[in-house]
Ligand binder design. Structure first.
Ligand SMILES: O=C(O)CCC(=O)C(=O)O
Ligand SMILES: [Mn+2]
Length: 210
């Protein structure tokens, strides 16, 4: 299978009115068959649990990941430089659909895999220098539903969302400058969840291997 049957006319997104951020969510983008096909593709990717700097030590991340994108899209994350896996035709197709739907270009994707509710991602912003001044991040969830939290860095307001199979969340505007987000542990969420965060790295912002 090299092509998915992707929706060409999805419903309009929900808009969240937040200070200092533009947040849009398209719910349940895929029919069950397409979602199963995409999951079957994701399972086959070369998942890794690299060690990164956390709490002053090199520790394995509490999830698995794959970094994929155009050849220049190296990405430095918590002290480690990741070189991109080449695009698979299916993920290139999904990326192009996400770009078309959101109106933003994307040329790389961080794929995360959470095997059960103990796997998680701590509070952070996607504000690495290679992503530019105001990064636009599109986040596609598949599989197990999980809670997703956002908090404003100065105002103290919080938002809790549930991200379910096929949901696409767009974090735009100044979201990465003023807000942090996290995928907390969730004891009863036993199934595997995949999340794809689409990003854009300009060719002149590429990382140097020094
Ligand atoms: O799994 C999620 O929903 C969050 C992923 C995320 O924040 C990231 O990849 O930077
Ligand atoms: Mn993030």
């Amino acid at each position: 299978m090299t092509e998915l049957d992707l929706p060409d006319n999805p419903a309009l997104p929900q808009l969240f009115q937040l200070p200092d951020a533009q947040l849009l969510m398209w719910q349940q983008l895929f029919d069950p068959k397409t979602s199963r096909q995409l999951l079957a593709h994701l399972v086959q990717l070369p998942w890794q649990k690299p060690a990164i700097w956390m709490f002053g030590r090199m520790l394995p991340i509490p999830r698995q990941q794959v970094w994929m994108g155009d050849p220049h899209c190296s990405y430095r994350y918590s002290g480690v430089l990741f070189s991109p896996e080449p695009w698979t035709p299916i993920l290139l197709q999904v990326t192009s659909m996400v770009s078309q739907l959101t109106g933003h270009p994307f040329n790389c994707v961080l794929l995360n895999r959470y095997d059960g509710g103990g796997e998680h991602m701590g509070w952070h912003s996607d504000d690495e220098p290679e992503l530019g001044e105001s990064p636009v991040i599109a986040s596609l969830s598949l599989g197990q539903s999980r809670r997703f939290d956002l908090r404003h860095k100065d105002l103290g307001c919080q938002l809790q969302l549930t991200l379910a199979d096929g949901d696409l969340l767009l974090m735009a505007g100044e979201c990465q400058r003023f807000w942090q987000h996290a995928l907390p542990k969730q004891a009863r969420a036993e199934g595997t969840r995949y999340n794809l965060t689409f990003r854009y790295i300009a060719a002149d912002r590429r990382n140097c291997e020094v």
